[in-house]
Design a protein around this ligand. Structure first.
Ligand code: 13P
Length: 257
């Protein structure tokens, strides 16, 4: 059985001091739910302080982005080796990065290769816009994103990737995909693309998260879907109580199964 993951993407929220307070509150609230991988992804500048606050915690730390190069003339960027010791995970290709910072399938692919080479677990984000969804283009677009992002990775490398399906129309809108819609894309599109690329054995071990307006009310139904192995949580991860409630609901489901 795949181990579930609840990953909080804090986006551009929280000062260093606020991030430490939130990390400590999250640790206190979720430390015992050990059927779930718990991950928080603060802003880059908060990583050292949050990492230190969670030094003895089962709550792991992730970055929200990184450059693919080892070092160089890339003003404002952060390299994978700079994340060493600070982050175990790194979110790659979030739709906000694709939309506002011109990330492409090609740069996402370069970042995936680089993250894996630096022993970081990438959380690869894919997902269609509202216009693409309404035009019936979701399946082709999302499977294309998965293929392009993973290009050149061996099956063994691919197994080190977590995929997050986040429909753009569901992010921050309060309008989550229904559990059935999310399952359909995570299963029939994302896992199928993984199966086509790497075969059943690899595809069955890879974790697929859903993201987009998840909260303590809808998480249990989402987590009951067979191809959904966790959530990438935005807004609801900024409050220790709501994040903890989502971890608890997931822990209960997996503890009893
Ligand atoms: P919300 O949970 O706020 O919709 O954000 C989802 C997301 O983008 C996580 O990466």
């Amino acid at each position: 059985m795949r181990r579930p993951m609840m990953a909080g993407n804090w986006k551009m929220n929280k000062t260093i001091e606020e991030a430490v307070v939130l990390a400590e509150a999250i640790h206190a609230a979720v430390a015992d739910y050990d059927h779930v991988d718990r991950v928080v992804c603060p802003a880059a500048i908060c990583l050292p302080a949050v990492r230190a606050a969670l030094a003895d915690s089962p709550v792991a730390v992730g970055a929200q982005n990184m450059h693919w190069a080892e070092s160089g003339a890339y003003t404002g960027e952060i390299s994978p080796s700079m994340l060493a010791g600070l982050a175990r995970y790194v979110i790659i290709g979030h739709s906000e990065r694709r939309q506002y910072f011109a990330e492409t399938d090609e740069t996402v692919n370069q970042k995936l290769h680089s993250a894996l080479a630096h022993n970081l677990t990438p959380i690869l984000c894919v997902g269609e816009s509202l216009a693409q969804n309404e035009a019936g283009e979701t399946d082709a677009f999302v499977s294309g994103q998965v293929r392009a992002a993973l290009a050149g990775l061996t099956g063994e490398q691919a197994q080190g990737v977590v995929v997050a399906y986040e429909p753009i129309w569901a992010i921050g809108t309060g309008r989550a995909a229904t559990a059935q819609q999310a399952q359909q894309i995570c299963g029939d599109v994302v896992r199928r693309a993984l199966r086509d690329g790497y075969g059943e054995g690899v595809a069955e071990t890879m974790r697929i998260l859903y993201g987009g307006s998840t909260n303590e009310k809808n998480i249990a139904e989402i987590m009951q879907q067979p191809d959904i192995d966790g959530a990438l949580i935005g807004g609801a991860s900024l409050k220790a109580e709501s994040y903890a409630a989502m971890v608890r609901a997931t822990d209960e489901l997996y503890r009893s199964s």
